[in-house]
Structures are given as structure tokens and as C-alpha cells.
Design a protein around this ligand. Sequence first.
Ligand code: HPA
Length: 274
Amino acid sequence: MTELERLQQAAQCVRERLTLAPKLALVLGSGMSEVLKDLEKVQRLAWEQIPHFPQATVTGHAGEWVFGLLEQTPILLSRGRVHHYEGYSMAQIAFPIRLMKLLGVERVILTNAAGGINKAYRVGDFVLIRDHINTIPDNPLRGENISELGPRFPNLLDAYSARWRAHAKEIAQELGLELHEGVYIATPGPMYETPAEIEAYRRWGADVVGMSTVPEVIAARHCGLEVLAISLVTNLAAGLGSDKLTHEEVLETTKRRERELARLLEELVKKSKK
Ligand code: HPA
């Protein structure tokens, strides 16, 4: 069976179970999946129920897709995501994004927790991703191209939609929320970086660092989805802040900024109708 056939089978199964057909999807980062709880007409689909969907690894937690209406806008909310460091293949990481495309999704918002490299950033700040640098040593487009989804050599020129970013900045301003704009560097993880790596990345022009998002963005752009991505600076990157740098710190900051993130995402969803 080809990857496209697997995707088609999964799409068929999801369609049979759902009444909503969202055009907008949200993939939320570590500890952020609680932010949009107030959906109406909710339908849930555990990942295990979807054929060929990446299943939890030994260490990972199984996730779910939640479909619902947020202020009358149908959305697909992915609770949980899969990472390269957990051992998933790039095809597995791309699978949910490609499945969204087959289900009629046109636009996707991705959020993540990230370390702040730019010295003007503070813990708790939000950063709209303007562009990325990828150091993860694989990508979802390697191998035979799925030409039904997109071209062999896609470009990443407007990977993070300039139009949507401009809109997001207006919304943040209306909410009185500071929103930086910067470059995200993706590292394979799972270890945090060394101070020397962070200094090198800063000189390359990176503003925030994290272990996710980029493979999904590559898959999304290949199949023509419009992308918006937001980082929450959960900690200062290695060598720039305190000497602890733990996952607990990351989760603590997320918890503290969760309400503000929810406000921003809600407004983005409400005003995202084309
Ligand atoms: N580095 C990489 N990934 C991260 C960090 C970091 O400092 N913080 C949250 N995710």
C-alpha cells in the first residue's frame, strides 16, 4: 500500500465518523492542549481509532483529535503531537498534517514551547515565527514524492504566511498582547542545547529554539496549507538564563501563560474566516 493510499483510507474513516468539516486546524505544543476547552458540538477521535495514524511510542502519550465549533467556526484541534526525538519517522510526523489536507483543511496554526535566544525576549513572551532554520537530520519529503499532494521541489519562501502574520499582529495589538516576530531553529533534541550551540544559532540569526514544528510546516507547505506558527518562550535558551533548564520550567511557564495564549488563539480562529 502506498502512503497516499494509507492517507486515503484514514480520511475515509474520519469522514464516516464526523459531521463537521473544518477548514482550520490547530496543533498545540507541550502542555497547551487544554487552552481551547470551550468548544461546542464536540466530536472526539482517539488516534488509535484512525488507521495508519502514528501511535504512541513507549514514552509518548496517545493523543486525540477534537472537532468542534469555536464561536461558530468549525475547527480541528490536535491534542498532542509527535516528535522526531520520540522515534517517529518523518512520514509519521507528516501523516496527521497530510490527513488534514485530505479532509479539506486549508489553514493550520501550530504552537510550541521554545527557548529564547534573542536577548530582548523574556520568559513568557509570545513570538510569531517569521521563518525557520532546520537542523533536524531528516525531513518528510525525502524519498519518492507524493505528487498528488505537492511538487518534488517545493519552495519555503512564504512558509509562514505574511498575510496571516500581519493579521495576527493586529489581533495581538487589539488584545494588548505583545507579540514578537522571529526565526525559529529546530533541533533534534531531546537534550537541550549546549551554550556554545545557542551562541552559534544566535549568530546564524535564530531568535527561538525548539524541537518540533518544522517537519510539520514542511509537510503542510508541500501540500499547500497556509501556516501560522507561534512560540511561547518558556525559558531562556542554554547559557542565557538560569542554570537549571528543565522540562518542569517549560511546563510551568506554559501554565502561567495558557490563558493569554487561549485568548490569542480564540481571536485568531474567530477572525480567520476567509
Ligand atoms: N531548547 C529546545 N527546545 C525547547 C526549549 C529549549 O530551550 N524550551 C522549550 N523547548
